[in-house]
Design a protein. Sequence first.
Length: 325
Amino acid sequence: MSNRPSVSKGFQAAELVNWEADESLPALQELLKALAAVLVAAPASQESTPPVVPPVPEKVPEPETVLGRLRAWLSPLWPSVIVMAAAVVAIVVAYLASRPSPEYARIPGGTFQMGATPDDPDAEDDEKPRHRVEITRGFWMSRTEVTVAAYKRFVAATSHQMPQGPGFNPNWKEEDHPIVNINWNEAGAYCEWDGGRLPTEAEWEYAARGGRDGLKYPWGNEIRSANAKYDNDDGTAAVGSYQPNGFELYDMAGNVWEWTADWHGAYSNAEQRDPTGPPEGRGKVYRGGSWYVDPDDLRCSDRFWDVPGLRLSVMGFRCVREVIP
């Protein structure tokens, strides 16, 4: 039962509903009717009132992260993404493989005057006559002479042997110096292993001039000790110890003589295109001078030659390539 309090002391609510009062008391009668209406409309018991269930608030979705959105977007595309990624990797690898090696410099095609410069008092007969030569195609040339370290890699990969080390570089401990005591055949074998060849005599002189035709030396007509390694008896210098020429090539004058591909032969006045020298001869040409010789042997036009089997501690080489290294 309800614990609702009675309307007045001594009367219960149920009794008031059916209670007939004197009509001479209109105010009391109206009051009783109003109370009866309230009591009839009220629920008999609180136990019958259904519980009030509060509304469940809608779940607010957490804000999406960029990574989550990307993951959801890529999920059905993973097979295609993997294929595309593999293709991109292959393209990048091919691009890196096609880039020029930092060990090589691009030498553009062009024309130059090959031979002794006019009025050169040091010119030898085989440097004359001066003549026009066209190099029709560009090529790549080693920025430096081939080093001891590079030649050691060649030996490790082939059946070749290291030559005897010179007194100024015992046991080849100075690996950043040019390799010496290499004959013409060994120099050619190294260049072939490295994907190239020895330069022709014309290519060598064209590259040595560095785009500055008509000069005695790669840098000008005078020479001093700051320009190159020459005229001493303490052996080679580390490659790249002196300033490069106009084609970013180091030691095109001094340090070590460099083998070329050509047999020695006489010049002519005729214009030539990509000359390769005579088909045979008594010796192979080497160029550039060395750490031991006088400055006149460092001139761009200076020529020496000897038998292909010659080995000297003043002899080295560099390679050229016709494709990107």
